[in-house]
Design a protein around this ligand. Structure first.
Ligand code: GSH
Length: 208
């Protein structure tokens, strides 16, 4: 398999399926395409998939694009890796959380892009971004409480891959979840995501 990813320092969409793929233990190659945010990049990426966006997974003659679709494909291909929780209710909630991240938290995403090469520095954020952070703190608190941790729906799942970039944003922009209603569990969870050994491999490569 080949995973085509965007610039590691800030391609959050690429990081998610990359983490899921690492958790399967399957062998894969990586092709990093530099994202220049324009037509040139889309032309580079269009060679791999019609979306003209990273990430893209190639498995033989099959092409899969979009981070969530790639993760779903991996979950089906490698059932023993339990990329989604075994328990149906935990699985349903893990899927809800991943979908919420995939299609939401717009203010947090646009105001606080992942920047793994940036020195952490506290930043003031807009009311829309504050509302996203409060929503995030509540979501994490409820899921960690209900499923008992250490990850969102119990053991590590695709939902955690989707929130790993958020943990980097909290760190980079000095955003403290306790200012948004977290009682400690959410901050500890964010720290856990950043300690993940696969994430560390990504981060090291991103920083060159
Ligand atoms: N919904 C898509 C979003 C993919 C996406 O927006 N990828 C960005 C990189 S993070 C991209 O390829 N941008 C092209 C560009 O920068 O020109 C997914 O989940 O994979």
């Amino acid at each position: 398999m080949e995973l085509i990813i965007g610039t590691r320092r800030w391609s959050t969409w690429s990081l998610r399926p990359w983490l899921a793929l690492r958790k399967t233990g399957a062998a894969f190659t990586e092709t990093e395409v530099e994202l220049r945010r324009g037509e040139a990049t889309q032309a580079d990426l269009a060679v791999y998939a019609p979306s003209g966006l990273a990430p893209v997974l190639k498995d033989g003659d099959l092409t899969i694009w979009d981070s969530l679709a790639i993760c779903e494909y991996l979950a089906e291909k490698y059932p023993a890796a339990h990329l989604w929780p075994v328990d149906p209710s935990a699985r349903a909630q893990a899927r809800s959380a991943a979908a919420q991240m995939h299609s939401g938290f717009m203010a947090l995403r646009s105001e606080c892009p992942m920047a793994l090469d940036q020195v952490p520095e506290a930043r003031a954020v807009s009311p829309a971004c504050q509302a996203d952070l409060a929503r995030l703190a509540r979501l994490w608190d409820e899921m960690l409480g209900r499923h008992g941790g250490p990850f969102l729906a119990g053991s590590w799942s695709i939902a955690d891959a989707f929130f790993t970039p958020v943990a980097t944003r909290l760190r980079t922009y000095g955003l403290n979840l306790s200012d948004y209603g977290d009682h400690g569990a959410g901050s500890a969870y964010a720290a856990r995501l950043l300690e993940d050994e696969d994430f560390r491999v990504w981060e090291e490569a991103a920083r060159g």
